[in-house]
Each structure stands twice: as C-alpha cells, then as structure tokens.
Design a protein around this ligand. Sequence first.
Ligand code: NAG
Ligand code: NAG
Ligand code: NAG
Ligand code: NAG
Length: 347
Amino acid sequence: MLLPLLLLLWAWGALAASPPVPPRSLTLRLLQTVIFHNANSTDIVGTALVGDLETHSLDCSPCKIRFLQPWAQQGLTPKEWQDLETLIYTYLSNFIYMMNDLVKEEGEGYPFVTQFTEGCELHPNNTSRQFCDAGMTGEDFVSLDMDTGKWVTRRGDKLTLKTQEILNYNRAVAIALRFLLRTCVNELKSFVKHGKESLERQERPVAVVFARAPPPAGTPAPLLLVCRVTGFYPRPIRVAWLQDGEEVVPGGQLNSSGILPNADLTYQLRSSLAVEPGDGHSYACRVEHSSLGGQSLLIPWGQSRRWSPGLAVGIILGVVAVAAVAVVLWWSRRRGYQDVRPGETRA
Ligand SMILES: *[C@@H]1O[C@H](CO)[C@@H](O)[C@H](O)[C@H]1NC(C)=O
Ligand SMILES: *[C@@H]1O[C@H](CO)[C@@H](O)[C@H](O)[C@H]1NC(C)=O
Ligand SMILES: *[C@@H]1O[C@H](CO)[C@@H](O)[C@H](O)[C@H]1NC(C)=O
Ligand SMILES: *[C@@H]1O[C@H](CO)[C@@H](O)[C@H](O)[C@H]1NC(C)=O
C-alpha cells in the first residue's frame, strides 16, 4: 500500500507559486465521517469548507470529489484532483481495514462512527497551522502531531491506545494525511484568490426591536425588550443594549440566543433585555458589523413605539379609511345616477 502511495506523491510534484495571504484568518477544513455498520459495511461521507462556506463534497464508493463553488476546482489540475481522490480513498481504506481488525480483536461491537477533521489555518501574517484530529462516537480519539508525524491521544482506554500504536506502526495513513495537509495552505491561498467574491461577501444586518407580549395584568414581571438581528454575513457581529445612551454591561438583565445560522448562509441573533415597565429610561439596540462600513445601526425602543397598540391603531385607521372611500364612492355613484334622471331636482 505504501509504495504506490509514495510514487503518487512523487509524481504529483510541487504546486504553483503561492498567491497572497488572506486579509483575515481563514481555515480550510476537510471533514470525513465513516459509519461502521458491521464488519462488511461502511458508509463514508465528506465535505470541505473554507471558513463557513461549503466548497466540496466527497462521496466514497470509490471516492469522488464534487465541486460546490464555481472556483472550487481552482488550484489543482483535473489529474491532481483524481490523485487526491485516490489519496483519500487509500488512507480511508487503510483506516477502515485497521479499525475492523481492531474491533474484532478487542471484541468491540458495531455500529460505531469515526470522524476526521483535517485542514489548515492561514493568518494575515502569513503563518499557518495544520491540524488533523479524529473522533470516535462523538469524542476525541486520536490526533496527528504535525511536528513529529506521530499520533497522540488523550484517552487511556484500550481501543484508543491500540489504535494509536497501530497507526504509529503502519505509516500509510499518516504519510497520506501529511501530504494532503502540505498542499492545504496552497489550496487555501488559491481559493482566497479565486473565491474572493464569495469569501468577502458582505450582507447587511436587518434589526428590529420589540417587546415580548406583556405578562397578564397584575403580575409585576419585567418587560422583555428583544432586539432581533438577521440576514448578516460574515458571522462576527456585536450587538449591545444602550440605556440612556450608555452600554448595558453583561449581567442577569441581558440574554442572547448566540449567533445562529439561516438557511441562506447568513446569520441571526436575538438579544433581550429585561426592564421595569415605565422606569423612565430610554433604550436602544446597537448593532456593529463589517458590512456597515464603520457605522452602526441604532434601533431605539420608545414607549410610544410599543407594537401592539400601534398596530391596533394602524388597523383601525386602515379600516376607517377603506370605509370612508367606500362611502364616498357609493355616494358619488348615487348622485351620478340621480343626475341622469330627468325632471328631478337635486337635494
Ligand atoms: C508566505 O510564506 C511562504 C512560505 O511560508 C512564502 O513562500 C510566501 O512568499 C509568503 N508570502 C508572502 C506574501 O509573504
Ligand atoms: C462479512 O462477510 C464475510 C465473508 O464475506 C461473512 O462470512 C460474514 O458473515 C459477513 N459478516 C457480516 C456481519 O455480514
Ligand atoms: C500570526 O497570527 C496568528 C493569528 O493572529 C498568531 O496566533 C501568531 O502568533 C502570529 N505569528 C507571528 C509569528 O506573528
Ligand atoms: C435566556 O433565554 C433562554 C431562551 O431564549 C432561556 O431558556 C433562558 O432561561 C434565558 N436566561 C435568562 C437568564 O433569562
């Protein structure tokens, strides 16, 4: 298994000269999940992400890489992509073979799941870091130490220690992975260059402030002001509450949903502030985001802007307006009708 692998790596050769580094830290991450149903049946699914953007998917029977972004094929020739598929297939096959052997030997049961995450981070100062970690049934399992090329683990159970020992003895998996990771930084630089538009995409947040439906009359509960911010990209954002223009310091009054994903690769967040009804202070929600070009959104909350009476008044005004128009129309038509009647006097 090792010799063809080394030949493949030798044949691949060096990648093109490296383009510039990104303006902010960026990570290229490959994820592979291996589901061991039984000794003869495994499923492999994989995906690659640049930052939070899904760029490739992997389907393994045998391994085939699919490109999910128009620029995701950049950086390698079609032949090199094929070699990469072979490389991934080789190390996953080695790994699966080894795991099945081990599970049999140790008398462990099926099904179980292993997950790999490997990739690299590139920083604006042109330094980079590579990583490769494996998990088993949702927990840390083994990691590849990039400096020594040895597998390390923080778990002490027999299966993990045995896996670590075999992986350190049979070098094929580590060699394939280290090669994959050596190309990672150059690939990431290529994506930074060709995928600039999608990676530097900016979507402005839309924010509203409203009060949660007040508690039933007579219960002395605080009023919950909610600032809902949605549709923003990239993910980093700062949302704060201001009381009389002063930022409210984090504490029991404040609560946040944390940043949650939307279906269209934008994000949302809700921040709430508990206040005493009619306390005489002014409140506002302030949103700072890279898409706002150094400015911030300021959404005030005023007692007069409380949505429920406002909405009710709006609906009543609307109904009155429609009724008035109807009456005028009816009256003018009636008058017109009377006009054509001969011999009658007008009122
Ligand atoms: C970044 O570092 C690499 C080697 O680590 C070098 O080849 C490249 O020229 C550097 N790029 C910049 C923009 O300094
Ligand atoms: C796996 O395949 C081998 C030989 O093909 C067979 O003997 C064994 O029963 C199979 N095991 C399972 C769990 O299907
Ligand atoms: C480069 O930047 C990263 C992330 O900002 C930082 O962790 C690292 O220490 C920096 N390295 C150098 C040599 O400045
Ligand atoms: C914060 O909000 C969550 C749900 O949105 C709720 O479960 C939790 O109790 C709240 N925490 C506080 C301190 O109000």
